[in-house]
Write a protein that binds this ligand. Structure first.
Ligand code: GLU
Length: 476
């Protein structure tokens, strides 16, 4: 085993760039980053692009942009440099070659000429015998001559790792505790594909060791891969990291979260106006418990993170929960930040510069995402407010006299509660019958920001214009 000379925690995110980052895989990145940050460690980015057909440079660009936007910057790795590069697996072929040779020389890896059809037949046979399908060892003892002959014929072998029989591989999972697998159930597995590219088990494990990764944080779907990877590392005299397997995230339908059942891409969420801190608070609680129910800053999320607080059962992604954090995140913004958020989303363009700060303040408590802002921008930018159908009904039902009463009370009213009280007394209305027509008149809508806040925003003279317009409408 190679001694770990330095005890600093090193975690990594190792995406395959075959699509956009979405909530499911970004949670893995977040937990890896939090594990490192909670312990003053380093977080690395490694690109697992061994599948040349499905990997795309635009996804490599997109995932870096998404991670940075979320504030999940990495200390080392692809695009950031470091001593253990290159950090894209497609550029590490030479390094891998040395390890294949070592395994071949030790008799721990052998070429396999089985065709996919033969392998499938083998799996069927095993299943028919009620056994878990695993490689039956067809090529495990081919002579060197036979192997050479087949290669000379142009057959392209894969390289398989020889799994030792009769052993039990045990490890202490940081989330699940002691885990064990019997090697008899594993079967010799492919470490190099017939086109010469490394198989996942191999490059992923080797790179964790060569990059000095101390803690692998990844989805539970990888747990059965772990004993294979530990065997490989052991055979090569490389140190195995500590493993932390995260419970899966489910969609609303109870199936693993995917793009099909609600896992939005980070790009989509950004376009809709979600804030990074909202997404982080949502994801950090998918399978991990925090003592606080309040919106936490990235630093607080790291400080409160611990593998012991990760649950064993699957977590469910609830889009309403994400919206809850988004509302909290907006409420945590200063007026200037809220204004900047709305401006960046391009929804304040029609609003005069001097009106923007107050409008931003008014909207902060009332919208969840920037995409909801245009309705309120239209409602408050100019007088009178455009009326929704529901608001028109309220105005008509209240009648012109109701608004006359409002106009009469207006000059003496100091604020909205005083106005509402005076109108209530004059018209003998209260509750919904009093407030709904006032809301419809002042905002053109039947829901929205609190009425005292609307008054504060509009000021007495604009309230007057709106009550007059409402009276005209009610008078038909
Ligand atoms: N590239 C692998 C994946 O995206 C990484 C798995 C791991 O974290 O070990 O699933």
């Amino acid at each position: 085993m190679r001694a770990m000379t330095n005890s600093i925690i090193r975690t990594r995110f190792a995406p395959s760039p075959t699509g956009l980052l979405h909530l499911g895989n970004v949670r893995t990145a977040l937990f890896s980053a939090l594990r490192a940050r909670s312990r003053g460690g380093h977080f690395l980015l490694r690109i697992e692009d061994t599948d040349a057909e499905r990997s795309r440079p635009e996804f490599v660009d997109a995932l870096q942009r998404d991670l940075r936007w979320l504030g999940l910057d990495w200390d080392e790795g692809f695009g950031a440099g470091g001593d253990a590069g290159p950090y894209a697996q497609s550029e590490r072929g030479e390094l891998y070659a040395g390890y294949y040779s070592q395994l071949i020389d030790k008799g721990l890896a052998y070429p396999c000429f089985c065709s996919p059809a033969e392998l499938e037949r083998g799996r069927k046979r095993m299943r028919a015998q009620g056994k878990p399908p695993r490689y039956p060892g067809t090529c495990a003892h081919l002579s060197a001559e036979e192997g050479g002959r087949r290669e000379a014929e142009g057959q392209k072998p894969t390289l398989r790792f020889r799994v030792p029989l009769g052993r039990t591989i045990r490890f202490e999972d940081g989330v699940r505790g002691p885990v064990s697998f019997r090697t008899d159930e594993i079967g010799d597995f492919v470490i190099r594909r017939s086109d010469g590219t490394p198989a996942f088990f191999f490059s992923n494990a080797i790179d964790d060791a060569l990059m000095g990764v101390t803690d692998v944080v990844r989805g539970e779907d990888h747990i059965a891969n772990t004993p294979r990877q530990m065997l490989l590392l052991e055979a090569l005299g490389l140190a195995a990291p500590a493993y932390h397997h995260l419970p899966l995230v489910m969609g609303q339908d109870g199936a693993p979260l995917s793009k099909r059942n609600g896992s939005a891409s980070v790009e989509e969420l950004r376009t809709k106006g979600y804030l990074p801190v909202a997404i982080l608070n949502h994801l950090a609680r998918l399978g991990h418990r925090y003592e606080s129910d309040a919106l936490l800053s990235p630093t607080e999320l790291a400080a409160g993170f611990s593998p012991e607080r990760i649950g064993h059962s699957a977590a469910r992604h609830d889009p309403q929960q994400l919206d809850h954090w988004q509302s909290e995140a907006l409420r945590s913004l200063s007026d200037a930040e809220m204004q900047a958020y709305l401006e960046a989303a391009g929804v304040l363009e029609a609003v005069a510069a001097e009106q923007r700060p107050a409008l931003a303040r008014l909207l902060r408590d009332n919208i969840t995402r920037a995409e909801e802002a245009p309705l309120w921008v239209a409602a408050f930018a100019a007088d009178p407010a455009p009326y929704s159908a529901a608001a028109r009904e309220e105005l008509t039902a209240a009648g012109a006299e109701f608004f006359s009463a409002g106009l009469e009370a207006l000059d003496a009213a100091e604020d909205f509660p005083a106005l509402a009280k005076a109108v209530g007394q004059a018209t003998e209305r209260k509750g919904r019958k009093l407030f709904m027509p006032l809301r419809a008149a002042l905002s053109g809508q039947t829901f929205g920001p609190e009425l005292p806040r609307i008054w504060e925003y509009l000021g007495r003279e604009r309230v007057r214009l709106r009550l007059e317009a409402a009276r005209r409408h009610a008078a038909g």
